[in-house]
Design a protein around this ligand. Structure first.
Ligand code: CAO
Length: 444
């Protein structure tokens, strides 16, 4: 005997107008009892509405993005072999999609109750017990950390391919894992872009936990800006692929500061300490050619550069960019100041051309205008070193007889330890500091 059954939205606790985010069946599909028909998603939880019986989908009364409330008919199923006890108002309990452990087997899935985290178990509707009372679903139940966010259909698909969903980051709304994510993950394994079990980092590490922060308080989603996305990927690669060491030193710039101010006034052109740092870097790169170098593709040779192009990290409203000042050995501090101001303005206006960010030999990241005493700058591959600069401050320095107030500038040099050893890292930094201390060593 067959019978048409109306599938209604079950008890959603205090919630109404919950959006339908996914319809997992189409008209004419044959479904098994317990198979998910559609997915609802509140601000805080995702639920699936399962078929209470096996049968054929005769009508879909909702579409993706529709909002539904308790009691609304969403699907009509022509049920197979329905026991008389099955009511036409089939209040099947919804399932929390996150409730299934990723390792659950097919048979476990078919028979085990689905439990919302911290919530009630949804009882399977077997032939003899189809008239189970409606089980209320706490739509405010939240996702626990570490449990992949995916529908049973996607879980089944992943299981068939032997994919561990914990290794995938979902690209769908709210971080939900879709079929495309599983396919992309398998492709990346096949092409060697990602190692299985590596968490995508090339290391045998578990992926970071997925946390539903709204469990702990109010949150707001802010999309990552485009430049941040692009530079973030490069920074991440550089951080994990280059063995960094950061050497810290202090340069006494008391005399340099007096000179800087005097020259600025004399010419009526603003000079910041940065142009002196560029000049000191050029002098140090000339004295230590291994710092003005890159590893070649074989990693067996150093490519030594005979030119001196210095990249300057510029903070813009859209994120970090690094325009390159060319031939800094051939320009004086006023020319460098003019070019720096022009390039940093272009950077802030988003008008830098790609070529203006290419060809750097060495980079400087100056946070001196902001503050701080030290930080670890990340090397800009394929360069082998970067100079970080923090804010100068007056500090007492012992001159052999008494403490004297001196203007001290903190320097933080990160270098690639595959190319540069610690002793040379310290020598380079000290040499650079000594140029700032005795600015006659620099070709200003
Ligand atoms: N110690 C003390 N004061 C310093 C200083 C230092 N190390 N460096 C700069 N200053 C002073 C300047 O003299 C200037 O003083 P006045 O306002 O009295 O004239 C003020 O700080 C502001 O300088 P500035 O930042 O405008 O100019 P700059 O030449 O030092 O730097 C630029 C230019 C483009 C590098 C800078 O504006 C910038 O964007 N810095 C951020 C770089 C960054 O984000 N790095 C992090 C990369 S990793 O995420």
């Amino acid at each position: 005997m067959t019978k048409q059954i109306e599938i209604k939205v079950p008890d959603l606790g205090d919630f109404s107008d919950i959006p339908v985010i996914e319809i997992l069946v189409t008209v004419g599909d044959r479904v098994e009892a317990e198979q998910s028909l559609l997915t609802l998603e509140s601000d805080k939880a995702m639920m699936e509405v399962p078929a209470p019986v096996a049968g054929v989908i005769r009508e879909l009364r909702v579409a993706v993005a529709d909002k539904v409330s308790e009691g609304q008919v969403v699907v009509l199923i022509e049920a197979e072999e329905v026991a008389e006890s099955v009511q036409t108002e089939a209040h099947a309990p919804p399932q929390a999609a996150v409730a299934q452990a990723p390792a659950a087997t097919e048979s476990q899935q078919a028979s085990a109750p689905q439990r919302a985290p911290g919530g009630p178990a949804a009882r399977p509707l077997s032939a003899g017990s189809r008239q189970s009372p409606p089980v209320s679903m706490d739509a405010s139940a939240t996702l626990p950390a570490n449990i992949p966010y995916a529908s049973p259909a996607i879980r089944r698909f992943a299981r068939e391919l032997g994919v561990d969903l914990l290794q995938i980051t979902g690209s769908n709304r709210g971080g939900r894992i879709g079929r495309d994510d599983v396919v992309a993950f398998v492709k990346s394994i096949m092409t060697g872009a990602v190692r299985a079990d590596s968490g995508g980092l090339g290391f045998d590490l578990p992926p970071p936990p997925k946390v539903n922060f709204s469990r702990f308080g109010e949150i707001e989603l802010q999309p990552i800006r485009k430049i941040q996305k692009v530079s973030g990927a490069y920074l991440h690669r550089n951080w994990v692929s280059i063995p960094h060491v950061t050497q810290n030193d202090l340069a006494d710039i008391t005399e340099m500061e007096a000179y800087r101010k005097a020259r600025s006034e004399e010419k009526g052109i603003k000079l910041t300490p940065l142009v002196f740092l560029i000049k000191a870097s050029v002098a140090a790169l000339k004295a230590f050619p291994a710092f003005n170098a890159s590893l070649d593709a074989t990693r067996e040779n150093l490519v030594l550069k005979k030119y001196f192009h210095v990249g300057i990290a510029v903070d813009t409203p859209d994120g970090l960019v690094v325009p390159v000042l060319r031939d800094c050995d051939q320009k004086d501090i006023f020319q460098l100041a003019g070019e720096l101001s022009e390039l940093s303005q272009k950077a802030r206006d988003g008008k830098l051309k790609p070529v203006e960010m290419q060809g750097g030999c060495f980079s400087i990241s100056s946070l001196g205008g902001i503050g701080g005493t030290s930080f670890t700058p990340i090397i800009n591959a394929t360069e082998v070193a970067i100079l970080g600069v923090s804010r100068s401050s007056l500090q007492p320095q012992w001159d052999g007889k008494a403490f004297q107030p001196r203007m001290m500038l903190p320097l933080c040099l990160s270098y690639d330890h595959r190319v540069i050893d610690g002793a040379n890292g310290a020598r380079f930094t000290r040499f650079l500091a000594s140029c700032l201390e005795d600015f006659r060593k620099m070709d200003l």
